[in-house]
Design a protein around this ligand. Structure first.
Ligand code: COA
Ligand code: MG
Length: 317
């Protein structure tokens, strides 16, 4: 990929931003679901103008979403996102024009396949922010990687639009269609692509990526097992498509168990103790600990504390 060499340096990750464990998608055509979404405790609601909207419904969906965005901001603790149409289409500019406002936190850019698409989106967002009297760069981007080309180019894409690109969302359903495979519960067929998206997001200095949805709406065990796998791979959260999925996904991404927390704290305590005496490698309960293990433990505890904070603020699980 020729573009990799010209990429801008990675920006510092914004560790202070809110955790995105659950990203609830809501069809932009359903007023009932738009109203319901703000009573649910998702970390983000993503109001959709892309694949859940027919061409005939698109103008009405733009208006409906625009009119509901202020209530999401005012009445719910969720961040507000809108999924526009892909930058490769001629639909996304009108989508953006309809929804750009101070109530909007994130634009979700589906089927992103090239860093130039994010540069173009970034430029148009800056224009619209200026017109709306908003600070430049206020609305951030989550780029969906859901095609073979997007996966292959994800390393370069992760370096684009550094002031806006928060992270990637992985799109298993479109990717499976693109490469011609059926999705299984065990997930081996998409393991490589999932990991590549996780790694590319971090290599670009972005936040941890967000995994795609689980489609079997009534299979709780499957949802739990596949979400545990998402977490193990390094995702910070997951797309949710039905209210009944919110609690399970939120729970799996709820940060550390008591045992994990105690282990991480012990690593930190013991390591800091020996470090003061000029030693940087030590055995803690039979586990070898040096700087990378210590840093990982510190980061887990920090994320855990942030999770507790955001949970307390929202008064929900
Ligand atoms: N957001 C907000 N509310 C939702 C919702 C969603 N994604 N999915 C369902 N609900 C609401 C329903 O409106 C209903 O509430 P109500 O009784 O107050 O009307 C309740 O939750 C139970 O819903 P249920 O009847 O079980 O589902 P449904 O048949 O109305 O909808 C789907 C099923 C799959 C069509 C719906 O969940 C959906 O559209 N999900 C989002 C899909 C999506 O956006 N995909 C693109 C990204 S991958
Ligand atoms: Mg898709």
């Amino acid at each position: 990929m020729a573009e990799a060499g010209s990429a801008s340096p990675a920006a510092r990750p914004d560790w202070d931003s809110k955790l995105l464990r659950t990203m609830l998608f809501v069809p932009g055509t359903s007023e009932r679901k738009l109203v319901k979404a703000r009573t649910l405790h998702a970390d983000m609601v993503a109001l959709d103008l892309e694949d859940t909207v027919t061409p005939e419904q698109r103008p009405a969906a733009r208006n409906l979403i625009a009119s509901h965005l202020p209530s999401v901001a005012a009445e719910s603790s969720a961040l507000a996102g809108v999924r526009i149409n892909p930058v490769a289409t001629n639909l996304w500019r009108e989508d953006l024009q309809a929804v750009m406002s101070e109530a909007l936190d994130y634009v979700i850019a589906p089927k992103t396949e090239h860093s130039d698409q994010l540069h173009e989106l970034d430029a148009v967002m800056s224009e619209l922010e200026a017109q709306a009297g908003l600070e430049d760069g206020r609305v951030r981007i989550i780029a969906s990687i859901e095609t073979a080309l997007g996966v292959v180019r994800s390393g370069a894409i992760a370096l684009a639009a550094p002031k806006r690109l928060a992270t990637f969302a992985f799109g298993p359903v479109d990717l499976a269609a693109d490469i011609g495979i059926d999705l299984t519960e065990e997930g081996l067929e998409l393991l490589h692509a999932r990991s590549q998206v996780v790694i590319a997001a971090r290599a670009g200095g972005r936040l941890a990526a967000i995994d795609g949805p689980y489609l079997e709406l009534t299979n709780v065990a499957g949802l739990r097992a596949t979400t545990a796998q998402s977490r193990r791979l390094g995702f910070q959260g997951r797309v949710v498509i039905h209210p009944a999925q919110l609690d399970v996904v939120g729970e799996v991404f709820a940060y550390l168990s008591e045992k994990e927390l105690a282990e991480a704290r012990r690593i930190i305590d013991v390591f800091e103790g020996v470090e003061r005496d000029g030693v940087a490698s030590v055995a803690v309960d039979g586990l070898f600990v040096d700087y990378p293990v210590y840093y990982r433990a510190q980061r887990k505890v920090m994320l855990h504390d942030r999770f507790q904070d955001s949970t307390e603020n929202k008064g929900t699980s």
